[in-house]
Design a protein around this ligand. Structure first.
Ligand SMILES: Nc1ncnc2c1ncn2[C@@H]1O[C@H](COP(=O)(O)OP(=O)(O)OP(=O)(O)O)[C@@H](O)[C@H]1O
Ligand SMILES: O=P(O)(O)OC[C@H]1O[C@H](OP(=O)(O)OP(=O)(O)O)[C@H](O)[C@@H]1O
Length: 228
């Protein structure tokens, strides 16, 4: 059996089901509302694994699922060696979101990451501690800031309501996902002009490490032909 992991809740679930449906493959939740059991209609040899978008990268990397749907951001953040562990099979055209670096709108002299670097040095001199950037995307933000030449900062972990950390005075800047931009605007934050860290969308990934026999390989080829 080829195991296909799809989000069982959250913002990617419904559109994932619709995406497969348009390609003649029906994914169904079975059992009660609260039971995470599923079935697949329209193709043989594929079983459905329902899980959260955030768990799909780990399951693919462990080879417990052969295919999985999740955002580019979660794969790149959670799998340091993602290119060796997974392969993108299809960009699905929904779940678009940008991971961006944002600072208070009132910081009129800070428009670029270079300006942030200067502001960070000044901040440390004035306050005696490093400028804090709140995020849940630790790896992606660190890599981005290293490439941008910004060093004088501290990451603060924020697993939700990240834009609120500036008003709450637990951080001076944030790095988070944005789609409409409403949350950033409502919290008086602006994106740095060169502050796009990653453009993400829902993507169908193939595990490079999951075990397969010849039958599985042929089911996988057939499934990929149908959807890509
Ligand atoms: N406006 C948005 N805010 C946050 N994530 C978004 C947005 N639009 C698309 N996404 C994408 O959705 C995915 C996360 O989905 P979701 O928040 O449903 O997953 P999750 O955090 O694993 O869910 P849960 O923890 O509720 O199970 C990420 O890949 C993210 O890039
Ligand atoms: O640009 P927007 O359309 O306003 O969307 C962006 C917001 O959506 C997400 O939060 P989510 O709703 O997942 O809540 P969270 O803060 O608990 O992560 C993300 O973390 C941003 O806060």
């Amino acid at each position: 059996m080829i195991k296909l992991g799809v989000p069982s809740k959250g913002r990617l679930m419904e559109k994932t089901f619709q995406w497969f449906d348009r390609r003649g493959i029906t994914l169904m939740r079975t059992g009660s509302d609260r039971e995470y059991a599923g079935a697949v209609d329209g193709i043989d040899g594929v079983s459905l694994v329902l899980l959260s978008a955030g768990e799909v990268p780990r399951e693919l990397a462990a080879g417990r699922i052969h295919l999985g749907v999740t955002g580019t951001d979660l794969i790149h953040e959670k799998l340091p060696l993602w290119e060796q562990q997974v392969e993108p099979m299809a960009e699905m055209g929904f779940g678009h979101a940008d991971l961006v670096l944002a600072v208070p709108q009132g910081w009129v002299d800070v428009d670029l990451t270079d300006d942030l670097d200067a502001a960070a040095a000044a901040f440390r001199a004035a306050h005696g501690h490093r400028l804090r950037i709140a995020t849940k995307y630790h790896r992606l933000v660190r890599d981005f800031l290293r490439d941008a030449g910004v060093a004088d900062y501290a990451l603060v972990d924020s697993q939700g309501a990240t834009e609120g950390t500036v008003a709450n005075e637990t951080a001076e800047a944030i790095a988070d996902i944005t789609s409409s931009g409403d949350t950033l605007r409502a919290n008086h934050l602006k994106i740095l002009s060169d502050g796009l860290i990653l453009a993400s969308q829902a993507t169908l990934w193939r595990s490079r490490v999951a075990d397969m026999d010849d039958d599985d390989r042929s089911v996988l080829r057939h499934l990929i032909d149908r959807v890509s």
